[in-house]
Design a protein around this ligand. Structure first.
Ligand code: NG1
Ligand code: ZN
Length: 529
């Protein structure tokens, strides 16, 4: 390790003195102009992590649904999952080391994590379409090469595509080929097999309007279009040719404003969906004949999928266990429907997909979705083996066909991360196979009116929580105040937590009417102040 080179290159990516950043829910995120040093250092860290795990590590440059001016970076661990928590701490100390302390902090990590410097290292890099992303990813590469790591730059890819690449590379191609074509081939093969049945050809099912948030999803969907065009015709809006990234469009805008994005033409009852800026989230929606907007969020996506999976298992006659994982933001109606009507066990974890992902790994089939549309379905190795075996060996034709459908669904889901493209294809396949319209899907249950607000406070870290963020621990008195406010309404619930990606406190409230949800959210915001 050439400390002199590390310091010399670091000077080209100098850290603004005094700037402190935290590796949060989704890595580092802030204004792009403050991130150059972080990128260089995450290049260094990725090499160390790669040496330690003897695996390929991913680095994704994106700030997802945040404004164009922002950027961010996160590391992807060997199996395509989020970086291990102990390494998040290393990431934070490395990013915050002042220039002169950098070699010391680096050595400290090497010792603490028992990194064997003689090991080879391989890092794969991806980025979103932000103007700042290209230069920032070059800084990552600078960090990788100064530590003599090998790398492959995938350039413009969606976040879940980069997760997929990491997993493919670390499983010797068993999961799929580690190229974007490999990704399109794997997904489209499963999708086309699912939708090839003759009754699946009705026009109504075959067209979908997609708001791409003016982000990477547009480029990738265009590339993929011809692979799936026999089964689905997608019409792209906000494809980045005119509008600004995530501005008045995209999944986060639609979910938080509960209204259609700008730049999409919607006719009543047409099925529409929105991706976020790095295409790892998706929400659906439509306008009814009266022009009312209906949002179908991550909770309803999870419900559609788990219902479908449960029915398939019943047809196959196989008792694999299914669990659904949500966060405190899940609409109360969805939890009730899953538990009481569908009789599926539901678990609540802290916000951030790494928590949901981890919990979902406990089941044969773990369905996890955040209300904002970030999620996927995980199949345990044993469940996967069983499903593939059933699809091959079952003698009863009907059961065999159901097992084959389940096998294709398994292949269509991205097992590493929430993926807007993969989720969209799964949903489209399910609607087609079940002959369901978007209205019928929406009618599974009625969302409780809800409101999310952001509150700016001097120090958001004074708020700490427990019970998967549903209860406040500190500051004293705040939980009592919230509980008293909640009691004033029917079917109500409210909680607050410090955001892991923005310098704000988030307030969530739901109640029996929109007016009550709004006023509860406002009252709770005042209590936070
Ligand atoms: P924070 O800022 O910690 O609430 C937000 C989302 C998360 C997750 C991350 C990462 C909400 C309420 N929070 O986290 O679900 O997606 O961003 O992108 O939607
Ligand atoms: Zn995202």
């Amino acid at each position: 390790m050439d400390l002199h080179a590390i310091t010399a290159h670091s000077a080209l990516h100098a850290k603004p003195s005094g700037l402190v950043l935290q590796y949060g829910t989704a890595g580092f995120r802030t204004k792009a102009e403050h991130l150059d040093h972080v990128m260089y250092r995450m290049g260094l860290l990725a090499v160390l992590r790669s040496k330690q795990t003897k695996s390929t590590i991913g680095v994704m440059v994106t700030a997802s649904h945040n404004p164009e001016e922002d950027n961010g970076v996160k590391l992807v661990d060997p199996l395509g999952e989020m970086l291990a928590p102990s390494w998040e701490e290393h990431a934070t100390s490395l990013a915050n080391a002042e220039e002169q302390d950098l070699p010391g902090v680096l050595m400290d990590i090497i010792v603490k994590a028992a990194v064997d410097l003689q090991q080879d290292a391989f890092v794969v890099i991806g980025r979103d379409t932000r103007l700042s992303s290209e230069k920032l990813s070059q800084s990552v590469i600078d960090g990788v090469t100064v530590l003599e790591g090998q790398f492959h730059d995938y350039g413009l890819v969606t976040t879940p595509q980069l997760h997929y690449m990491v997993y493919c590379r670390n499983t010797s191609g068993q999961y799929g080929e580690a190229t974007v074509e490999g990704y399109y081939q794997k997904l489209s093969k499963a999708f086309m097999e699912l939708t090839k049945q003759p009754f699946c050809s009705e026009e109504e099912y075959r067209s979908l309007k997609v708001d791409c948030a003016n982000g990477i999803g547009a480029l990738k969907l265009k590339e993929m279009e011809h692979y799936i065009s026999q089964g689905l015709s997608v019409q792209l809006f906000n494809d980045g040719t005119k509008g600004k990234l995530n501005h008045l469009c995209g999944a986060d805008f639609v979910k938080s404003h509960q209204k259609p994005p700008q730049g999409i033409e919607m006719k009543s009852n047409e099925r529409c969906c929105s991706f976020d800026g790095d295409a790892d989230r998706i929400v659906y929606y439509y306008l009814d004949v009266d022009g009312h907007f209906h949002l179908i969020d991550g909770d309803k996506i999870a419900t559609l999928i788990s219902r479908f999976l449960k029915e398939l298992l019943l047809e196959i006659g196989e008792s694999l266990n299914i669990g659904v994982v949500q966060t405190a933001y899940a609409n109360g109606s969805s939890t009730r429907y899953l538990e009481e009507v569908m009789k599926v066990p539901v678990y609540c974890t802290k916000t951030g997909v790494k928590h949901l992902h981890h919990k979902a790994q406990e089941f044969d089939i773990g369905v996890y979705f955040e209300a904002n549309g970030h999620g996927t379905v995980l199949f345990s190795k044993a469940a996967e083996t069983k499903i593939r075996q059933l699809a091959k060996e079952l003698e009863d034709e009907k059961r065999k066909a159901a097992a084959k459908t389940l096998e294709n669904i398994l292949d269509l889901f991205n097992q590493t991360a929430g993926d807007a493209i993969s989720d969209m294809l799964v949903i489209e396949a399910i609607l087609t196979l079940k002959d369901l319209t978007i209205q019928q899907w929406d009618a599974l249950y009625t969302d409780l009116p809800n409101r999310q607000l952001k509150v700016k406070v001097a120090d958001r870290q004074v708020i700490s929580t427990t019970d998967a963020e549903r209860q406040v621990v500190t500051p004293p008195g705040l939980q009592e105040a919230i509980s008293d406010l909640v009691k004033k309404h029917k079917l109500s619930r409210a909680f607050v937590r410090p955001s892991g990606t923005e310098d704000i406190v988030r307030v969530y409230a739901e109640a029996d009417s929109q007016e009550n949800a709004d006023s509860l959210a406002r009252a709770v915001s005042l209590a936070v102040f």
